[in-house]
Design a protein around this ligand. Structure first.
Ligand SMILES: NC(=O)C1=CN([C@@H]2O[C@H](COP(=O)(O)OP(=O)(O)OC[C@H]3O[C@@H](n4cnc5c(N)ncnc54)[C@H](OP(=O)(O)O)[C@@H]3O)[C@@H](O)[C@H]2O)C=CC1
Ligand SMILES: Nc1nc(=O)c2c([nH]1)NC[C@@H]1CN(c3ccc(C(=O)N[C@@H](CCC(=O)O)C(=O)O)cc3)C=[N+]21
Length: 379
């Protein structure tokens, strides 16, 4: 009887394709009960498992909720546990990004006072994509907020590639510029590889130059810059005190700018990493094994609650606009993970918006500061 009512709670979800409560998707959202029973015992008796996940006190809520489905607890325990809605710790990317920005601002002013140098970031935007224009505007505002100078070049959609290359060369030679970012995606007539190769590696604050990417992939090599989004994901884990060494991690997505460098960073920190991509059969099976999940796919709500091991940590990189008549913009942003379901199973989770996105910009500022310090040999 008790289990029936608990199950009903889970079935309600905004993550089904139709965005309405659905019975058709219910079976794949829940772990089989036998599985739950097993997990529950593990949470209570296996100290190694608890240590493995490095739980903070608050993290126990979620597994306790799952334990209500076992026959091993007294009815009063079950009722008490059911009364508490399980919820993961929300990893507040907005607030952590603010901490990072404050640290960057302090260093920017220390550097300015000591040697009179102000870090500078140059951004090149080609075309008139609304989302790209918003990101560039946000980056500019963020630079201002920490005292970094920003330089901007806006070019029309049909500009020749040579025009972009010309601006990159000019920024490469400009001593006031310490970081160069070419906003992606570029118009389809441009050769993205050629453009990204033109940014000198000393100013490649996006970390997209093949030399930086190559060094990230090699042991005993250090890239000058690590791409901002994956770096932001790792920074969130570090600042939440979530251990990585020895953990099982799954990265969903293998793009050059997010998935692949995220997997490399996790591996460099001694996680055992599996990369899931569009040709992976049964991605949920791999994902269910993970203590740490980084989802970077671009498919709204793809990762369901049933894909997640109880107590896992979920970092949702996805930024997906979905229609929403109630929003003034006509759309709202959702991640690659079904937050409503995942937050009941995971021990900690990033929201969208307000998770990885603000960290990406904070890491860009941090990379620009590091670049200026390196160029001017300022410790
Ligand atoms: N928060 C932030 O700061 C940022 C957010 N983003 C967001 O992150 C998401 C990913 O971005 P990005 O890496 O640039 O995207 P890409 O489109 O470049 O890469 C998507 C990856 O997901 C994989 N994939 C696609 N479909 C599936 C599937 N059904 N199952 C498993 N894997 C799949 C692809 O596999 P394959 O390689 O086989 O094609 C590919 O590796 C987007 O929503 C983007 O908006 C991006 C950058 C920054
Ligand atoms: N050369 C280059 N470098 C990039 O780093 C790069 C890029 N091109 N092209 C596009 C992607 C995407 N990206 C994001 C950055 C911040 C948010 C962000 O701050 N998002 C807010 C929401 C913003 C909103 O409400 O629109 C949040 O998640 O809270 C999102 C996405 C960087 N990218």
């Amino acid at each position: 009887m008790t289990t029936t009512s608990a199950t009903a709670k889970f079935v309600l979800s905004g993550c089904s394709p139709s965005s309405s409560p659905s019975t058709s998707t219910a079976p794949n959202r829940l772990l089989p009960f036998t599985n739950l029973n097993f997990k529950c015992r593990a949470f209570h008796s296996d100290h190694r498992f608890n240590r493995l996940l490095n739980f903070h006190a608050g993290y126990y809520k979620s597994p306790a909720f799952l334990c209500t489905r076992t026959a091993t607890h007294s009815p009063s325990f079950t009722a008490a546990a059911l009364a508490t809605e399980a919820s993961a710790k929300i990893i507040d990317g907005k607030s952590i990004a603010k901490d990072v920005r404050d640290e960057v601002a302090a260093e920017v002013s220390r550097m300015k006072e000591a040697i009179g140098v102000v870090p500078g970031l140059a951004v090149i935007l080609v075309g008139d994509r609304k989302d790209s224009a918003t990101y560039v505007r946000n980056k500019k505002k963020a630079c201002e907020s920490v005292g970094i100078n920003s330089f901007e070049v806006r070019l029309p959609e049909d500009s020749p590639e040579e025009e972009v290359l010309k601006h990159i060369r000019s920024f490469n030679d400009d001593p006031a510029v310490h970081g160069i970012l070419v906003q992606l995606p570029l118009p389809s007539h441009m050769n993205e590889k050629k453009v990204l190769d033109a940014v000198c590696i000393e100013k490649d604050v996006d970390g997209f130059h093949p030399l930086n990417i190559g060094r990230l992939a090699m042991r005993d090599r250090e890239p000058l810059f690590v791409p901002c989004t994956p770096k932001g994901c790792l920074e969130l884990l570090h600042r939440q005190g979530i251990a990585i060494k020895g953990k099982r991690a799954v990265v969903i997505g293998r793009s050059n700018i997010v998935g692949t460098p995220a997997a490399q960073l996790l591996q460099r920190e001694d996680a055992t990493v599996t990369v899931v991509h569009s040709r992976t059969t049964n991605p949920e099976e791999f994902t269910r094994e993970a203590d740490i999940i980084i989802a970077a796919v671009g498919k709204p709500n793809m990762v369901r609650g049933s894909w997640i091991k109880p107590g896992a940590v979920v970092i949702d990189v996805g930024i997906n606009p979905v229609e929403d008549a109630k929003s003034s913009r006509g759309y709202r942003l959702v991640g690659d993970v079904c937050y409503e379901e995942a937050s009941k199973i995971a021990s900690a989770i990033t929201p969208v918006p307000g998770g990885v996105g603000p960290m990406t910009i904070a890491m860009l500022l941090s990379n620009t500061l590091v670049s200026a310090k390196r160029i001017h040999n300022f410790k």
